[in-house]
Design a protein around this ligand. Sequence first.
Ligand code: 13P
Length: 249
Amino acid sequence: MRVPIVAGNWKMNGSRAVAADLLDEMVENMEGVEAEVVICPPFILIPQVAQRLAVTRIKWGGQDLSAQDPGAYTGDVAADMLKDHGCDYCIVGHSERRTLYGETNQMIAQKFAKAQACGLIPILCIGETLAQRERGETEQVLSQQLDAVITQVGIEGFADAVVAYEPVWAIGTGKTASPELAQEVHHFVRKKLATKDNSVAHKLRIQYGGSVKAGNAEDLFGKPDVDGGLIGGASLQAAEFVAICRAAR
Ligand code: 13P
């Protein structure tokens, strides 16, 4: 049995006051949630989130990390620093990092390896753009994104990781993938990894991300290979996010 995992990616949103209210309302309403829940706030809010969530069962993580050891890398945050602030997880390879900041599959694979080396569980984001989907390249693109990580850390690396399938055309657009499409892709990902190691692939949790809302979460999470979600916009609204967490059973 895979325990579903729902992660809130706040992206570059929030203030101390907004975070305080959001966390309070979430924590107060989490009773009965069966999924593992993770909050990924902007770096600067991590100490506040860590303090508020410390005595709850909600975990927290970064949205990105440096592939380097601590040192002269202005503006970056090291995996060790996230660990030092109690992070369990870190998103790597989000499509916004890939497209807006030019992160390549190789750079992302290095971040994945660094996260694991420092005791963080990477949430590896993969996904195709609309143009790639329309050209019929979805499986090829996802394979390349996964293969770069396999080359870096081996298939064993996926024994302690989460994969998030986030079709780029569904992120922040209100265009959710249908549950059937999500299932088809998640099944492809699991099958591909199973050719390397069946047990690792079977245990791997694969989240869906892209315009998940309370209204569509249950249908998406009801599919056999969809093990929860990576939530952007809706994770900034406590009631909506809690309802999504509740839908993951
Ligand atoms: P939205 O839920 O806002 O579409 O964002 C998804 C996402 O990118 C989560 O990482």
